[in-house]
Design a protein around this ligand. Sequence first.
Ligand code: SF4
Length: 236
Amino acid sequence: MPPEATLHAKVIEIDQRLRPLYRPPEEPPFTDPLDELVLTILSQNTNDRNRDLAFRRLRERFPSWEAVRDAPLDAVIEAIRPAGLAQTKGPRLQEVLRRITEREGRLTLDFLRTMPLEEARAWLTSLRGVGPKTAAIVLLFSLGRPAFPVDTHIHRVSKRLGLIGPKTSREAAHKVLEAIVPPERYVPFHLELIAHGRHLCRARRPRCTACPLLDLCPWGQQQSEAAHDEETKSTD
Ligand code: SF4
């Protein structure tokens, strides 16, 4: 892998090229950390629309997160059905709410605002069903803490661009990207890479010839050369 300073400069260049393309907000509309944690649990393996619908139904049917925690499991499962995997997410959600209450004496995550970052990350990931991505989302988007969440799009795009090694796991990518992305750009860069992964750098058939990052992307260049060789062979 190139040295960190080279990767840092490359991130800045990528950010500058993607910014006008996707125009992400510089700052997120900060949400309550507990709301964000619930939303993120609901978002696993579903799209934003179904996640939001399930979240709204929970909010409409229960007056508080305490009420969700103490409700009959069936009622929670029924409320979150639009998010899919309700039989798994329902018990997970209630367990997380119970664990927070047991540890803190009440249902809040506000204490994470002042806890040292690594301690806060470890606290969140010690909850069953909360991985490094969910923890980083809560830390960054609700608490404004410098954590960089890596989802499947970001993992794929970063790997293709050579920002992380070809064998770097999604979990390990959190730390690698945190070291090379300027913290003040975590929110917009995170959103830019996701948008890029959805629109151009898709898992299947990425649109490398339309991509403004092709000259920075070893994987894209390899694919283009292979396609070119194939074309030359078939016209010989
Ligand atoms: S050149 Fe291709 S692989 Fe590289 S970032 Fe662009 S779309 Fe993705």
